[in-house]
Ligand binder design. Structure first.
Ligand code: SAM
Length: 253
């Protein structure tokens, strides 16, 4: 059986993924062949004695850069192993990774991901490979490995059959059934330190529970993430489908 998605991660630190891939839902997705994750150590493409992947920047300045003559042949060789698929390059200067972006990846057969390190990539790597440049947020990580893990885990959740309950990812925050924030949830005990579970959730009236959840979602979104709500009309009518999620393309405009 072919996996739904084959991920190929190009990194200088493949061991960083060992624990991550061997736990919980992700482990299950690999064992049941819903996904396949191939880790490639880019150093294997360095032909000198010291397996040099980086060098000092022309013009001076701090840090080291990943070398174009090492990274490009490595990416091209891995792309040739199968149909090339989508090529993502992690950089804080890229398009912001979010739920719609993950949804667009979840229908791909193959996703190749290039993790930077040090001061990043020689610019010609981007010019030659023309990857999709992807950021997971406005902050600086040591490398792209954590970003690759975020992509694998988010995309994997969208593959049919990976999560036990198919509804659970539809109603998560930002997701297709609810582009706003998820509502509040409670479990036992019914009361703790004077805080009681909202009565409606104990009522057994599913129409009322549904209405409460929609209202709660909207209220929370208004307070915590008003940027997700586009029109005030959508708030008053409780029509969550008229709200839109700020997608990565719009962020760039
Ligand atoms: N000098 C680069 C800059 O200012 O844009 C930052 C280099 S960073 C220390 C090293 C590598 O970590 C990057 O090449 C990228 O692969 C990864 N990285 C760091 N922050 C990231 C982020 N927010 N999203 C995605 N990748 C990131």
């Amino acid at each position: 059986m072919l996996p739904a998605i084959r991920f190929d991660v190009l990194t200088l630190f493949p061991n960083a993924f060992t624990g991550f891939l061997s736990e919980s839902v992700l482990k299950g997705a690999i064992v049941t062949q819903k996904i396949e994750v191939n880790l490639h150590n880019m150093r294997d493409w360095a032909d000198d004695k010291h397996a040099t992947m980086d060098d000092r920047p022309f013009g001076g300045g701090p840090g080291m850069l990943l070398k174009v003559d090492r990274v490009v042949p490595c990416v091209e060789a891995i792309q040739r192993q199968q149909e090339p698929g989508r090529l993502l390059m992690f950089t804080p200067q890229g398009c912001r990774f979010n739920q719609p972006f993950a949804e667009s990846l979840s229908t791909e057969k193959r996703i190749v991901m290039l993790c930077g390190r040090y001061e990043g990539f020689d610019e010609r790597i981007t010019e030659i490979l023309k990857p999709e440049e992807v950021s997971i947020g406005d902050y600086i990580l040591n490398g792209g490995e954590v970003a690759a893990m975020a992509v694998i885990e988010t995309v994997m959740r969208l593959i049919p059959g990976v999560l036990g309950d198919e509804d659970s990812n539809r109603f998560d925050s930002f997701s297709t059934g609810n582009r706003i924030l998820d509502c509040a949830h409670y479990t036992r005990p019914r009361e703790y330190r004077g805080l009681a579970v909202p009565e409606v959730l104990l009522s057994g009236n599913h129409a009322e529970i549904d209405r409460w959840r929609k209202e709660n979602s909207l209220q929370r979104t208004q307070v915590k993430r008003p940027d997700l709500l586009v029109t005030s009309a959508s708030v008053s009518s409780l029509k969550t489908e008229t709200t839109i999620f700020v997608d990565s393309k719009k962020q760039q405009e």
